[in-house]
Design a protein around this ligand. Structure first.
Ligand code: SAM
Length: 242
């Protein structure tokens, strides 16, 4: 039997999705497993039409996309969540599968990925899901979206200082950003100025291992309003990151 060591968790290649979740101490119903199975099928099918993810091997998708996304669920606060740069739906859709009662908005700059996100939400019968094709630094200026969310998530979108400028304007005072990162020790130091300027405070910095990857979940609480000058234009953000 083929085996792979994941920190202290052994993944065997012939075990089912439910068992993999359980090996990461995530208990999950058969009904939710069915939704993840369907999601996996849709991901593989649409990935052959347009690039959604570089990871398609089943066990790797389960661990690096599904489990990774679900590991942040307990850090999500409130009922209204916005995920920035959702791509193929991570971490937003696994969070929604696990916490069906949340109201989810996914913001994604690429139109084809938005079509995929809508298809998955429909096929999995997920309610109260809104997919927006746009850019964070533009939508955050819209009064219908600015400081209207209890929580924001983002994974693999930008370095932490830039990510904060994209996400914090969407979050209400008292809400939080949950940033899914790789090894981000340097980024956390680099983002000190951005955290202060945007009205944030790090409340948790949690490190873990997934297969061969070091991962970090950084939770930033919004303690004061984000000044209206933020986010700046994409050109300014790139030229002079906070
Ligand atoms: N979050 C997904 C994941 O972890 O698999 C996708 C990560 S992918 C590397 C980054 C995604 O963010 C891309 O789909 C890109 O189109 C989107 N993106 C990048 N900058 C953005 C912005 N300013 N506003 C909205 N979407 C953005």
């Amino acid at each position: 039997m083929l085996k792979r060591i994941v920190k202290n968790v052994v993944i065997c290649y012939n075990i089912g999705m439910k068992e993999i979740f359980e090996r990461f101490s995530i208990s999950i119903s058969d009904e939710k497993i069915e939704k993840f199975e369907k999601y996996y099928q849709l991901l593989v099918f649409y990935n052959s039409k347009f690039n959604i993810t570089a990871i398609t091997e089943r066990q790797e998708v389960i661990v690096k996309h599904f489990v990774d996304s679900v590991l942040g669920v307990d850090r999500i606060t409130g009922n209204k969540l916005i995920d920035i740069g959702s791509g193929g739906g991570f971490p937003a859709l696994p969070i929604k599968i696990m916490k069906e009662d949340i109201s989810l908005t996914m913001l994604e700059a690429t139109g084809k990925k938005c079509e995929f996100l809508k298809t998955v939400a429909k096929e999995l019968d997920l309610k109260d899901v809104n997919v927006i094709n746009g850019r964070a630094e533009e939508l955050a200026k819209d009064p219908d979206f600015r400081e209207k969310f209890d929580c924001s998530t983002a994974r693999a979108v930008a370095r932490l200082n830039t990510l904060l400028e994209y996400t914090m304007p969407f979050v209400k005072v008292g809400g939080r950003l949950v940033a899914y990162k790789g090894d981000a020790k340097e980024e956390v130091i680099e983002a000190k100025n951005a955290i202060k300027a945007l009205g944030g405070k790090i409340v948790e910095d949690y490190s873990y291992n997934l297969l061969d990857a070091k991962r970090q979940l950084i939770s930033v609480e919004k303690i004061s309003q984000t000044p209206s000058i933020y986010p700046r234009t994409n050109a300014m953000i790139r030229k002079k990151p906070l």
